[in-house]
Design a protein around this ligand. Structure first.
Ligand SMILES: C[S@@+](CC[C@H](N)C(=O)[O-])C[C@H]1O[C@@H](n2cnc3c(N)ncnc32)[C@H](O)[C@@H]1O
Length: 232
């Protein structure tokens, strides 16, 4: 797909409507406890591995326990609730109101709603000042131009780390995606946008960030790169 065709507003509104409808059902079941197909179960398990790793990275920062963390694109609130239970204060923001509502319901049930500020907002527009920013499996839906713009906003909200995931470019996966376009299924998978190393370097440079550490997580059909970036 030609990069010049990217329209930020159109892209956001497509994501908003997907994650408030069909996407909400799909991801809420993956992040919940419903019985899943073998393929989706590997996505649930891979995601859980990523979350455990990311939680470990947050704990290694040794931030004071009432530090404020932004969970950008919080989804159903799995990470938000986990870090709130660990004592951090959290701003949970998501473009889809259904996701934010689910986060609120589950946080209330878990007894940690008072540690969380809930907000329907995009990763490009969310504002504030945070001790750390996390953003998991959201930037995977952005092509490089949108990625760099959204990442720069997240980086501007903290002097601390931005811990996030993205989908690194992989030739075989790129071919499968291309091929997938010829065989539309009734329930299409969410488009994953792969980012080349050179594009990631440019986005980091533009945001004044550098990579502290990275870890590839591949589990069945779940493939992502977990990154810890900090200011230069
Ligand atoms: C695959 S889910 C990941 C949810 C959560 N971060 C997790 O890992 O459990 C992607 C989430 O990103 C949200 N999202 C997509 N585009 C967004 C944007 N531009 N700003 C904020 N949230 C966005 C979706 O509504 C959805 O909740």
């Amino acid at each position: 797909m030609g990069s010049s065709s990217f329209n930020a507003e159109e892209h956001k509104s497509m994501l908003r409507s997907y994650f408030n409808g069909q996407g909400y059902q799909r991801w809420a079941s993956i992040y919940g406890s419903d019985k899943l197909s073998t393929v989706r179960n590997t996505v649930r398990e891979g995601h859980a591995v990523m979350m455990d790793k990311a939680f470990g990275w947050i704990e290694q920062l040794k931030l004071p326990k009432d530090s404020l963390i932004l969970d950008a694109g919080c989804g159903t609130g799995l990470f938000t609730i986990r870090i709130a239970k660990a004592g951090y204060r959290v701003k949970a923001a998501d473009i889809a109101s259904q996701m934010v509502e689910k986060t609120k319901t589950d946080a209330t049930a878990a007894g940690v709603a008072d540690k969380i500020e809930f907000e329907v907002n995009s990763i490009e527009s969310v504002s504030g000042s945070f001790d750390a920013v996390v953003c998991f499996d959201v930037l995977i839906h952005y092509p490089s131009e949108g990625f760099a713009h959204a990442f720069a906003n997240l980086a501007s909200l903290t002097n601390g780390p931005v811990i996030f995931t993205y989908a690194p470019y992989n030739r075989i996966l790129a071919f499968q995606h291309w091929l997938g376009g010829f065989f539309p299924k009734k329930e299409r998978r969410t488009t994953i946008q792969m980012i080349r190393d050179s594009e990631m370097e440019k986005a980091m440079e533009a945001a004044g960030m550098r990579v502290e550490k990275r870890e590839k997580i591949s589990f069945g059909f779940y493939h992502t790169m977990l990154m810890h970036a900090s200011h230069k």
